[in-house]
Write a protein that binds this ligand. Structure first.
Ligand SMILES: Cc1ncc(COP(=O)(O)O)c(C=O)c1O
Length: 443
């Protein structure tokens, strides 16, 4: 006897007689709390239903007059899935490419043990846009730093000559590289690693944006250090932009000590910061770079590592792989994610709309200097930090923004990150800024 029956689409999608369109926000919450893992605490009393335009979601909220039903409201998407939707929700060019390839081109699903014709398109596009020799496709974001970690270690042993099993990977304090055991082993946030130990050995942390600390670590242990694996701008830490001379000096130090510079561009890549990849803002070129999020055009999880021949060249058959890494649909979507970034000038758009948003934040800081402490950002990766006071609470700000039809989320107690799609209109940026202004005024 089958114990599950599934029919329908969208609101008519019905599982064991329960139709999605009939569920209230409270019922959705109950199902998630009872049947899911409690690894997130989503905003309460709101359930996203569908897309209205590239930066507007339709969300369901409790009906104040009848709790057994819901109302629908527009929500401006100020977060775009943590920068996975840089090209905008349901970008028409990418959606058309997917539909055309599935229905007309009869796209197959095959693994890497047999060649498929779309891999060539992806590799040509990805090496061209990153200006790197080679690219290895993966699936989710965390796999990019994970693979850079592996590549760096093997390069360390086979090319640099580090004694077996003694390689060190340097990471930065405050980093976020994802949730795998390797990524949380680099983390200094106890919420991320507590009771998941023992951590992966061979990791040293150094203060971010402190060139002297890095130099003294390199002087002391440089012969055993394979790579400095680091975000060009720290996203989850609250949009921390290093000093203008930090990356050129890091790059010079890495060259001096024959240490790889491996940049995690999962959040900062794909035009988010006003350049195709954030390291370009600082005039440096890493040896390895990892991309994810918007590499999948806002539709699919796609990630990859791009790098120099000498480093990616250490891979051998059997040493690395992934069933869905670079499979035909992923390859097509990633190729089109790159095409849209270039054809729609997303980097220029990030700069224009980013200047507008940061201008509004700075005006807010001038008006409320006792509330707003700092405004940070590059392109459309922006944040404002409030002073450390109980009433200046980032989560409270997110909840209040939701009431005003804007979705943005705190990164830490007092920092709110705003990173909408790069296709967002000037009017929508103003609506986000107006809502934030209104909330800050009310605190
Ligand atoms: C810099 C960076 N690296 C890696 C990741 C992990 O990506 P994913 O959540 O897709 O595994 C993130 C996610 O926020 C990130 O910001």
């Amino acid at each position: 006897m089958p114990n599950v029956s599934i029919t329908g689409f969208g609101d008519n999608l019905t599982v064991n007689g329960i139709r999605l369109g009939d569920l209230t926000p409270a019922q959705h919450e109950k199902i998630e709390k009872q049947k899911g893992g409690n690894n997130y605490s989503p905003l309460e009393n709101v359930v996203v239903s569908h897309v209205k335009d590239s930066s507007t979601l339709i969300a369901r909220k409790p009906n104040p007059n009848d709790l057994s039903s819901y109302i629908e409201e527009e929500l401006i998407d100020g977060l775009c899935c943590y920068s996975a939707v840089n090209q905008g929700q349901l970008n028409q060019t990418i959606v058309d490419a997917v539909v055309k390839h599935l229905t007309e081109e009869k796209l197959p699903t095959v693994p890497r043990s047999i060649r498929h014709k779309y891999m060539g398109a992806f590799l040509m596009a990805a090496t061209a846009i990153t200006d790197m020799d080679r690219v290895v496709p993966k699936v989710v974001g965390v796999e990019a730093p994970e693979l850079m970690f592996k590549l760096s270690r093997r390069w360390g042993y086979r090319v640099k000559g580090i004694p077996k099993d003694e390689a060190i990977i340097v990471a930065a304090k405050g980093n976020f590289h994802g949730r795998s055991i390797t990524a949380i082993s680099m983390s200094d946030d106890p919420d991320a690693y507590d009771d998941f130990g023992p951590k992966v050995p061979g990791i040293e942390l150094v203060e971010y944006n402190n060139i002297d600390a890095l130099e003294s670590l390199f002087e002391k242990k440089g012969e055993r250090i394979a790579a400095y694996l680091v975000e060009p701008i720290q996203g989850e830490a609250g949009v921390i932009v290093p000093d203008a001379d930090y990356w050129p000096r890091v790059s010079a130090l890495c060259k001096k000590h024959n240490i790889l510079l491996a940049m995690d561009e999962v959040q900062t890549g794909f035009a988010r910061t006003g350049a195709h990849f954030a390291h370009q803002l600082f005039g440096v070129k890493p040896d390895l770079m990892g991309c994810g999020k918007a590499a999948g055009g806002g539709l699919l999880p796609v990630s990859f590592v791009a790098g120099r021949d000498e480093v990616i060249g250490v891979l051998t058959p059997g040493s690395e792989g992934s069933t869905f890494g670079g499979y035909p649909l992923g390859a097509v979507v990633a190729t089109y994610a790159i095409k849209v970034m270039v054809d729609e000038n997303l980097a220029d758009k990030a700069n224009e709309r980013g200047d507008q948003l940061i201008g509004r934040f700075n005006a807010m800081k001038d008006r409320f200097p006792d509330k707003v402490k700092e405004v940070r950002g590059k392109g459309l990766l922006t944040a404002f930090e409030m002073h450390d006071a109980p009433k200046l609470d980032g989560h409270h700000v997110s909840v209040e923004l939701l009431k005003r039809g804007v979705y943005a989320k705190e990164t830490h107690h007092s920092t709110v990150r705003v990173a909408p799609a790069l296709t967002i209109s000037a009017d929508q940026i103003d609506r986000i800024a107006d809502a934030i202004d209104d909330v800050i005024k009310s605190l």
